[in-house]
Design a protein around this ligand. Structure first.
Ligand code: FES
Length: 190
């Protein structure tokens, strides 16, 4: 008798980091490259809720890639070298190179890494101010980033015991939940 398949776990139901090599159900949006009148594009894994970052100078509504599920083959297809902090613009077809209507589908995706980071250093005055604003803050309930409410419970701490929020790079001590400043943020435009 064929063995019944175990249902895939949803990424939002995990309480620990996903296991590299395992497949989970992960939210995806269909990303098109503008201009495109065909439905040619890619399903890309995303995390968090749709938002803008007006305080950081990003006015377009967007979602962030979940780089844990972006394979090398997908990066090649999309034309990116690194999925950290990569975003897909939602619903602004005329002004964006890559956009999506934002309709989420839960699709199977294999975890390729648990190393998350924040590649777009955003070394601007606005970004510097943003990090200063959070210097006395703490994670909510020990695991929720107070900026946009991203749940960090499945984000592992790095070698320094710090959890880096993959949305906008705030750093949090994994033990105390307190904000720890990024030493290397030096604004370029001061
Ligand atoms: S949600 Fe923005 S830094 Fe965490």
């Amino acid at each position: 008798m064929p063995r019944a398949k175990t249902p895939l776990l949803r990424i939002d139901e995990l309480t620990a980091p996903p296991v590299v090599g395992r497949t989970y159900l992960v939210p995806h949006v269909f990303q098109l490259t503008y201009p495109s009148d065909t439905r040619v594009g890619n399903w890309v894994p995303v995390r968090g809720a749709v938002h803008d970052d007006a305080e950081l100078g990003v006015l377009r509504k967007h979602l962030h890639f979940d780089e844990r599920f972006v394979s090398k083959a997908m990066m090649k297809r999309i034309g990116i070298e690194n999925a950290h902090s990569w975003i897909v613009v939602i619903g602004q077809r005329d002004s964006s190179m890559r956009w999506s209507d934002g309709k989420v589908e839960w699709r199977p995706a294999r975890c390729v890494t648990n190393v998350v980071g924040f590649a777009n250093a955003g070394r601007t005055k606005a970004f510097f101010r943003f990090h200063q604003e959070y210097r006395d803050k703490e994670l909510l309930k020990g695991h929720i980033c107070p900026h946009r409410g991203y749940d960090l419970s499945t984000i592992p701490a790095n070698a320094e015991g710090v959890k880096v929020c993959p949305l906008h790079g705030l750093h949090w001590c994994a033990k105390t939940g307190k904000n720890v400043q990024r030493k290397h943020i030096i604004p370029l435009d001061l």
